[in-house]
Design a protein around this ligand. Structure first.
Ligand code: SME
Length: 166
């Protein structure tokens, strides 16, 4: 049986964005900031079972690039995702947020946690380069609204502005 959202769970995103800026202030290290950001999202956004990063890295044979799991909160996940595969790979390849109300209806969805029913993936783009994605899963079908999309994109923008990827 699927759980369906009944009450509004939209948080005050403008306030959350200011909190992210404050948490990251004075620190620009990628691992530190990505860890803090994942923990903050997982802790403050309701009804999530996974929140974290996949970062653009060279493939193991050195030919091309793929997504490699980075700092996250939730269950152990698949480590590597090719560009174009699953929801994360689609967001990276198409350079746009993927809002998926029902992951079981998304062709090629990669199931890391069987509890996941809805997903939103926001690409990390700086100076035209896709540096990775931020992936959020929920056990609640249809969990993410257009308001969530806009709010989460502004949180990710605050993370990108406050973090160096060198
Ligand atoms: N569901 C994702 C894979 C990552 S896990 O959700 C953590 C996808 O289809 O790309």
């Amino acid at each position: 049986m699927h759980i369906t959202a009944v009450a509004s769970t939209t948080p005050e995103y403008a306030m959350l964005t200011r909190q992210v800026e404050s948490i990251l202030e004075g620190e620009r290290d990628l691992v530190a900031n990505a860890s803090q950001f994942s923990a903050f999202i997982y802790d403050t956004i309701a009804e999530l079972n996974w929140a974290g990063f996949y970062l653009t890295r060279p493939t193991r044979n050195g030919e091309g690039q793929e997504l490699l799991v980075g700092p996250f909160q939730g269950k152990v996940a698949c480590a590597r995702i090719p560009f174009g595969k699953g929801v994360c790979g689609a967001a990276a390849a198409e350079r746009r947020t993927m809002l998926v109300p029902d992951v079981h209806a998304f062709p090629g969805h990669i199931a890391c946690d069987s509890a996941s029913n809805a997903e939103i993936v926001i690409p990390l783009i700086k100076d035209g380069v896709v540096l990775g994605v931020f992936d959020i899963d929920s056990p609640v079908l249809n969990r993410f609204s257009e308001e969530d999309r806009a709010g989460l994109e502004s949180l990710v923008a605050a993370f990108l502005a406050g973090t160096d990827f060198v």
